[in-house]
Design a protein around this ligand. Structure first.
Ligand SMILES: O=C(O)c1ccc(O)c(O)c1
Ligand SMILES: [Mg+2]
Length: 629
């Protein structure tokens, strides 16, 4: 499987783009004509630059408004093509993309178009060049790959072939199985793009909202399976028109792009093991059995404050690390680790981000295999010095710089708490509150990083994503999307903050980056938990009385239940599967907080309640930039 990406997909000048593309490990690049025209070097020099970066130029594109032109436009169009051929020879690329004509002057007719392509093929053949025809979804006469293929078939010229672009086919919901019968030699290149499902004009959707395969909602896998069924094993080339990517970090977007192609290849291979597509072998997506631990990095004094909060939540200090300043707090199956080391990664993370949940551990089927898969997908493995008697825990760097550790039950890793830690007798001052497990981990991320995170989790783990929802913060919008597995043993909510006045935006600005902003713990009895917490000296986040009047009316709740909810500051929601109860802690530090939830069948995350608890949480936050008193 060879990978390529169009220069139009990335930010920067042509050289920046080539550099990012090469660094991400692509084999080739499509030169988008405008990127070349806006660049000062000659085509010969651009070709040399690409080759110096180790990149094939897979395609030069696009050549517009070619087929079906009446004279004298037709003659001019062929002259124009000859000029492009000159540039291609200088660049030293042999393939040009001709996209279907959108000009009002264009005339229809498959035979007329086929004749034009045969003549163009003849001219291209004289120079050893090839011409690929792509049906734009909004082409004037040709907007369906099946018609483009019919024209290529009738042109019947070895230098004329078809270019399939997943966006054009899938955006129009064209039956992908029509691809299966196309001879693979006639498919000159495959362009790939996904997109979120939004109802809008096809051209506008295509030019602004495309994203990497797996980041959107289109069935790119079905498209790719149909392509693979032809026996095609040539270049897979990303062509992503996206406003955000154009302004983003070229290096990071290129890494996402390459990851998306490898992930796509892996999915095709798993669905069709006999596929002709040469896909690198890698372990299957990791099955997550649960969140094994969450680790905070803190400095001593703040750690003490955090410990008080954690104790009021009913946690008990059960163990300490044999040689490091690391303590384990436990309740039910929840392990919270507080790391106050003065060196190493946790300390470095503390120095940059302040007290934060900088790492978490996932219990998976096979920890080593999970890191193998992550590496195949271009993630960075993480390792630090292992002391005597310590385990080397497989780990990777997350997107925002945090760490994800992997434990499993098949190795010594399952016994990490016994091997590396020793029990302590806690003179416990608080009582357990019936918290049983981690319900979800909520990460606040930069809005521009949302897709990166989704692809990161989605490609590595056996999870699915839920549709994006808007969370209303009094100071702006926060977009939220969830990655979760069917078992409910992993739920990660990703909240993308666009603006620093929101609670999420404040957290990012003040902690210098994306990170875990809240942890939600599950309980089987929220009212009993609330009672126990209160006895522990925990103060639940106060919720406005107006909220309770509203839900009483909205859900027709019994007055008695409303009273109990109100009295304990418990929020309520309901979906078609059941009921949901939520209780929040006050904020800690720059907006970190805990949540306690009881699910009675409910599958969501209480998005409808977010505005109320955000307003309440924000009341407690110091204004940005002011020191704490
Ligand atoms: O939006 C366009 O015009 C355009 C141009 C070239 C392509 O390959 C494409 O898919 C779209
Ligand atoms: Mg295209």
């Amino acid at each position: 499987m060879k990978t390529s990406i169009a220069t139009v997909s990335l930010s920067g000048d042509l050289k920046d783009k080539l550099q990012a593309i090469a660094k991400a490990g692509f084999d080739g690049v499509e030169i988008f004509e405008n990127d070349f025209l806006a660049f000062d070097e000659s085509p010969r020099e651009v070709g040399r630059m690409a080759r110096d970066f180790g990149l094939d130029i897979t395609l030069f594109q696009p050549f517009r408004d070619f087929e079906g032109m009446p004279e004298p436009l037709r003659t001019r169009t062929f002259d124009r093509a000859e000029r492009k051929f000159d540039v291609m020879q200088e660049l030293r690329t042999d393939l040009v993309l001709v996209c279907s004509n959108v000009s009002p002057a264009a005339q229809g007719g498959l035979d007329r178009a086929a004749a034009d392509f045969r003549e163009l093929g003849e001219r291209a053949a004289k120079r050893n060049l090839r011409v690929g025809y792509e049906a734009l979804a909004w082409g004037r006469h040709i907007n369906d790959h099946r018609d483009a293929w019919e024209i290529v078939r009738r042109a019947d010229h070895p230098n004329v072939g078809l270019i399939l672009d997943s966006f054009h086919t899938l955006s129009r919901k064209i039956e992908v199985n029509s691809i299966r019968s196309i001879p693979k030699e006639k498919i000159f290149i495959i362009q790939l793009a996904d997109a979120p499902l939004i109802n809008m004009d096809l051209l506008y959707w295509s030019r602004h909202f495309r994203n990497m395969p797996g980041e959107g909602d289109l069935p790119v896998i079905d498209f790719m399976r149909a392509v693979a069924a032809t026996g095609y094993d040539g270049y897979l080339s990303l062509e992503i028109f996206n406003d955000q990517f154009r302004g983003g970090n070229a290096g990071a977007i290129a890494v996402d792009g390459r990851r998306s192609l490898i992930y796509l290849g892996d999915q095709v291979k798993r669905a069709e093991p006999d596929t002709a597509l040469s896909v690198p072998a890698m372990p299957a997506p990791a099955e997550v059995k649960g969140v094994a631990f969450i680790e905070f990095a803190a400095e001593e004094e703040q750690a003490a404050e955090l410990e008080v909060l954690v104790r009021t939540l009913g946690f008990e200090k059960t163990a300490k690390h044999k040689s490091k300043r690391v303590a384990l707090y436990r309740q039910g199956a929840i392990n919270l680790v507080i790391n106050t080391e003065r060196e190493g990664f946790a300390n470095a993370s503390y120095l940059v981000h302040g007290t934060s949940a900088y790492a978490f551990g996932l219990m998976v089927g096979d920890a080593a295999a999970t890191v193998e898969r992550a590496k195949a997908l271009g993630a960075e493995p993480f390792a630090q010095a292992v002391g005597p008697g310590e385990l080397s825990v497989p780990a990777i760097r997350g997107v925002g710089g945090g760490i994800i550790y992997f434990l499993d039950e098949k190795s010594e890793l399952a016994r990490i708490w016994e091997i590396e830690f020793e029990p302590v007798a806690d003179d416990r001052s608080t009582m357990p509150a019936g918290l049983t497990s981690v319900d979800h981990v909520a990460q606040t991320v930069r809005y521009e990083e949302m897709l990166t995170w989704l692809l990161f989790y989605g490609s590595l783990l056996d999870v699915h994503k839920t549709p994006m929802v808007d969370i209303i913060d009094p100071a702006g919008l926060v977009r939220s999307q969830v990655v979760e597995n069917d078992a409910g043993s992993l739920r990660v909510t990703l909240n993308g903050a666009e603006n620093r006045n929101t609670l999420a935006g404040h957290f990012i600005a003040e902690t210098f980056g994306s990170g875990v902003q809240h942890l939600a713990f599950a309980t089987g009895d929220i009212f009993a938990a609330a009672e126990a917490l209160r006895a522990n000296g925990f103060h639940a986040l106060p919720i406005s009385p107006n909220y309770y009047d509203d839900i009483e009316a909205r859900f027709a709740l019994e007055p008695d239940l409303i009273e109990r909810l109100k009295e304990a500051n418990i929020l309520y929601d309901r979906d078609e599967h059941g009921e949901y109860f939520q209780l929040y802690s006050p904020t800690y530090g720059e907006g970190f907080f805990f949540e306690i939830v009881e699910r009675r069948g409910y599958r969501g995350y209480g998005a409808a309640n977010a505005i109320f608890r955000i307003a309440a949480l924000k009341k407690q936050l110091r204004p940005a930039g002011l020191p704490r008193d």
